[in-house]
Design a protein around this ligand. Structure first.
Ligand code: NAP
Ligand code: G4F
Length: 342
């Protein structure tokens, strides 16, 4: 009988971790995730796929750990014995990385190095190959040196977060070349969903809009509306992560839609969808500006398409509308529960 494939995910409680877990469970993997201890539950995004480990059908298992704690990472690797590791854990908020640069760099940069070192030793000792995915970011292109950005475009990071991701990127390349690890960098452009963290601009907008529609909020404060992003759908992007680890050889890939839109355009589509004019509701707060901004991101995903057959399936308009719909539905559901109708 074939043994079930085992994957280990850091950042399993995040947006991408939850979608990737669903995808791997659908493919009959046993999925292990690292979670941080928190004073209240932080597993909302994966509760629907979690089964008590005493249940024979359980295939999703959680382990306490932290990317800043190398000893625990090593112990979990030894216990789980995964054949694939997806390193999605990060302090992933660019604005916050200016406030907490040391912690961000420790978790994002050193955290990646800690895992690579653990894999290097484990693989050397056991002879078992562990394939590694590093969650790289289009933020690494920062002050862009080429339009659109592709795998060969030089990096010019503009935040502590982006600098740490560049470090993690080159360490991943370095471990691949030095120790023959099957290690891949995904260079993923912005990807969103109803599970996107509430303080990223897309979700902040759709969540506020839902509350405005329901009469629960009158305005929303934002920062720079002129920057442009290449926004895709998170579910499409986790498919690309998995595909990278199924190739014959490790490599680095840009994952993007090759379309770019400003925050203003996002507001246009979202508010027009519910017949409102965003100018009546959006206010400016300089608190949301960054010391250095990334003005324009647009990715060229042709390598991912040619080599892995990867393509995005959701358009910009569809993405905005599905996020607005989801936030309105979530409010309606919580209202019903509060009224005891559900
Ligand atoms: P996210 O929703 O912010 O999730 C981040 C995850 O990392 C959460 O599970 C979080 O745990 C965990 N985490 C944070 N600090 C940690 C630490 N010190 N040790 C262990 N885990 C830690 O991010 P995402 O949008 O899913 O993104 C996944 C990865 O892709 C991140 O590395 C991000 O930087 C990168 N990325 C994202 C995008 C995008 O547009 N979404 C684009 C390019 C790259 P808690 O739940 O406990 O906070
Ligand atoms: O939604 P954002 O915070 O995402 P950002 O900075 O592009 O980073 C995200 O995508 C990266 C991939 O390129 C990931 F690596 C990273 O982990 C994260 O997932 O901001 C998008 C834009 C920025 O230009 C920001 O200045 O929106 C602008 N913005 C305007 N008002 C705002 C706001 N951003 C936030 N978060 N909040 C605002 O009120």
């Amino acid at each position: 009988m074939n043994e079930r494939k085992r994957a280990l995910i850091t950042g399993i409680t995040g947006q991408d971790g939850s979608y990737l877990s669903e995808l791997l469970l659908d493919k009959d993997y046993e999925v292990h995730g690292i979670i941080r201890r928190s004073s209240c539950f932080n597993t909302d995004r994966i509760d629907h796929i979690y089964k008590d480990p005493h249940n024979e059908e359980a295939r999703l298992f959680l382990h306490y750990g932290d990317l800043t704690d190398g000893t625990t990472l090593r112990r979990i690797l030894e216990e789980v014995k995964p054949i694939e590791i997806y390193n999605l854990g990060a302090q992933s908020h660019v604005r916050v990385s200016f406030d907490s640069p040391e912690y961000t760099v420790d978790a994002v940069g050193m955290g990646t190095l800690r895992i690579l070192e653990a894999i290097r030793d484990y693989q050397h000792r056991t002879g078992i190959e562990v394939r590694f995915y590093q969650a790289g970011s289009s933020e690494m292109f920062g002050k862009v040196q080429e339009v659109p950005q592709k795998e060969t475009t030089p990096f010019y990071p503009r935040s502590p977060y982006a600098c740490a991701k560049v470090y993690a990127h080159w360490q991943t390349v370095n471990y691949r070349e030095s120790y023959d690890l099957f290690a891949c960098n995904g260079i993923l452009f912005n990807h969103e969903s109803p599970r996107r963290g509430e303080t990223f601009v897309t979700r902040k907008i759709t969540r506020a809009l839902a509350r405005i529609v329901k009469g629960m909020q009158k305005e929303v404060y934002l920062g720079n509306l002129d920057s442009k992003r290449d926004w895709g759908y998170a579910k499409d992007y986790v498919r690309a992560m998995w595909l990278m680890l199924q190739q014959d050889a490790p490599d680095d890939y840009v994952v993007a839609t090759n379309e770019t839109h400003s925050i203003r355009e996002f507001l246009d589509v979202a508010f027009n969808y519910v017949n409102l004019d965003w100018h009546d509701y959006v206010k400016f707060d300089e608190r949301y500006l960054r010391p250095a901004e990334v003005e324009l991101l647009i990715g060229d995903p042709s390598k991912a398409k040619q080599k892995m057959g990867w393509e995005p399936s959701v358009t910009f308009d569809q993405l905005v509308k599905l996020m607005v719909d989801a936030d309105i539905q979530a409010l309606e559901k919580s209202k019903k529960i509060a009224q005891g109708f559900d």
